[in-house]
Ligand binder design. Sequence first.
Ligand code: HEM
Length: 496
Amino acid sequence: MDKLVAVSRLQGLAAVVVLCLALLYLARGLKDPLRSIPGPFWAKLSGAWIILLDLSGNRSTTIHDLHLRHGPVVRIAPNQLSFSSTRALKDIYGANSKYTKAEIYESLGQKGIFTTRDRDEYRVAKKRVVPSFSQASIAQMEDMIHGHVANLVKCLDKRLNIPLDVLPWFRIFALSVVGDGFAGKSFGGLETEKTPQLLLDLDAVFPSLWVWWMFPTTSKILQYAPVKAIRDFLRAGDDFNQYCGNAFYEYLLHVDPAGRHDLIAKMLNERDELKGKTSDIPRALTDKGIIDEVTNLVFAGTDSTGNTLSYLFYELSNQPKWQLRLREELKDVPTSHRYNVVAELPILEAVVQEILRLRPAAPASLQRITPDTGGVIDGVVVPPKTIVSCQALTIQRNPLIFPDPDTFNPQHWLDVDGPEQLETMRNHITVFGKGARACLGRSLATMEIKLATAALITRYNVEIGGVTTHNDMEMACHFVLVPKGKQCILKFTPVL
Ligand code: HEM
């Protein structure tokens, strides 16, 4: 009898607790300024929903489905909104926007141009880094890129007519370019035909940064955990930084920066000039500051370009007619493939634009924080400190702008009805971001992709090389777009 009374008391207590929680939720909901924005129930309730999506790699595709279902604004966490209109793009990322990069960027690697959030600090960093991305500087990299393309061709020539995982080869190619361009060395993978350790470690950097991103405080504590595997995992970002540090010290030993124009030489020269005038050298110009900047650039320019090339050749394998059209276009182009000629080829341009549209290397929400005064985005009143974003995956698949938006169809870019339509289409391309914080490496990446594509497609036919390839190439999003199967098995055969 006593037991029965105790059980029913417990049940009563539980009912009261549930009722209180429900009332609390209701009261909070009534005060919630974002309550009218559609979104999944769990996203309104807790941030755990979006964290789980992030960890699973399904963030972008799920948010895309939500926009298809609910329209141009959806709620993806208690304080996070995703928008999908070009009006919202302008409001959040446009000139003079007051929305700054969200806190999450500080977890995305060492302090540098990509991760800096503070406006004043960023202005100084940008002034220093931007000249390395000027048209003149990029043009100076052309011969270096041709050299790496030639090395890539040598590697592929030895692997013709067999199923080949092209993902590591395109990643090594991209790494070689940014390594040579910004770290003072290519890291050598194409010459040795072996994946450099740095690239193997980069595989761990993404999941590791992700955990730092999601659980910064826990990660700070766990990086000193007694379990080596946990320590190694959490320090993957630092290890990556260390490779760039080694490259920097090799540069100091072997290269005379005088008269050179690369970023390290420029930063060293700036430091030397300051040394004569002040003892107060800014952090960005210390050895650590320079290494961190180089790390940011190598990180930003490797998987983005490498994975885009893998998706490009995958899509060309699915649609051999575009290989034929490219080859036809390239047949009258001198085999030196100088960029001033290659850059202007319309079919190649259409193929590259289309892959960047359909398989954006950075498909995910580019998160910004709403200023203290709050804001209005695409007509929606947004409270201060709300995290807001647009994602390329959704904006670039707008069916009103790109008919049959989920299909690789370079014709989208060839059937343009005048400059107005082209401008509308370009306004819907956000693969390189928009506004003041848009990608600095855009021209470099485009040059790499075009030169590599021109060289390979004139030499090889490419076809699907494995039974799992289509499944492997499903999209996972870990800030950068990654094939779910972590491989891209194709087959290259010589063009006869
Ligand atoms: C297909 C290749 C690439 C894509 C799709 C891409 C995409 C992007 C995107 C979307 C952003 C903006 C991130 C944001 O607003 O949160 C960005 C920033 C950046 N990217 Fe790229 N990127 C590519 C290649 C490169 C390359 C080759 C470099 C050269 C090192 C590079 C350097 C940078 C830098 C420095 C930033 C930071 C700009 C700033 O905050 O001012 N990217 N990139």
